[in-house]
Design a protein around this ligand. Structure first.
Ligand code: TIU
Length: 225
């Protein structure tokens, strides 16, 4: 048995084995959090997402101090758009909005390697952490993430990121079905729609934790201290 910690979580305490737990930081990218990116092209008020950055920074620091493995995901397409299905390219009805691959003020929209596609400086990856490009909303579709986590013996995942009900919830559901014990850190995630964030949190932990647990950053910090 390795070292463990207990998080004061809902719907009941979450046991966290330190050597088998990873923090998954979902899509903290300029494309979603700043003007000129993908989120803005969809008609969203992007400023609201910044509310989760201070908690996300604290969570990341606590995970690093405790020696947890850290994964960062980026919703990103190849420059030739070969991994972009037409359904995703054409979704939306917001002229004159830009489409994926078009030139925006931070570079091409949602394209790997462009400035706008990068992770916000506040929570940028450091050496030793895994950065995963994903073409879909979920972190497990077409990424090889499951195999990489299994190779490290990871069984427990802490989730943070944007947006709560889209890429975070999709990734958490994918992880849950693959057998991971998942916890969503409630103040380290945000949505363009506050009511959707609250609903996502409720539906994740309902029915005895049908998708997983929820807790705030302070509870995770206390467990990892
Ligand atoms: N539109 C929206 O809320 N989210 C996304 O398109 N991607 C992520 O959540 N990362």
């Amino acid at each position: 048995m390795g070292r463990g910690a207990e998080v004061a979580a809902q719907p009941y305490p979450y046991n966290l084995p330190l050597e088998h737990t990873a923090l998954v930081m979902i899509d903290f990218q300029r494309d979603f959090m700043l003007e000129g990116g993908f989120g803005a092209t969809l008609g969203n008020d992007v400023g609201i997402l910044k509310s989760c950055l201070p908690a996300a920074q604290r969570l990341l620091a606590a995970a690093r101090s405790a020696g947890l493995f850290v994964v960062h995901t980026l919703e990103a397409h190849k420059p030739d758009l070969s991994d972009l299905p037409p359904s995703k390219l054409h979704r939306g009805n917001l002229p004159p909005g830009l489409r994926i691959g078009d030139d925006g003020s931070m570079g091409r929209i949602l394209i790997a390697g462009e400035h706008g596609n990068g992770i916000m400086d506040e929570v940028a990856p450091i050496e030793g952490e895994l950065a995963v490009h994903k073409p879909g909303k979920g972190a497990f579709w077409a990424t090889g993430l499951h195999e990489k986590l299994r190779a490290r013996g990871i069984s427990h995942l802490l989730f943070a990121g944007v947006t709560t009900e889209v890429c975070v919830q999709t990734s958490m559901r994918e992880a849950n079905d693959r057998g991971y014990e998942c916890l969503l850190v409630t103040d380290a995630t945000a949505s363009y729609f506050p009511a959707f964030k609250e609903s996502a949190i409720e539906m994740i932990r309902a029915q005895g934790g049908i998708v997983g647990w929820t807790a705030d950053t302070a509870a995770v910090e206390a467990a990892l201290a």
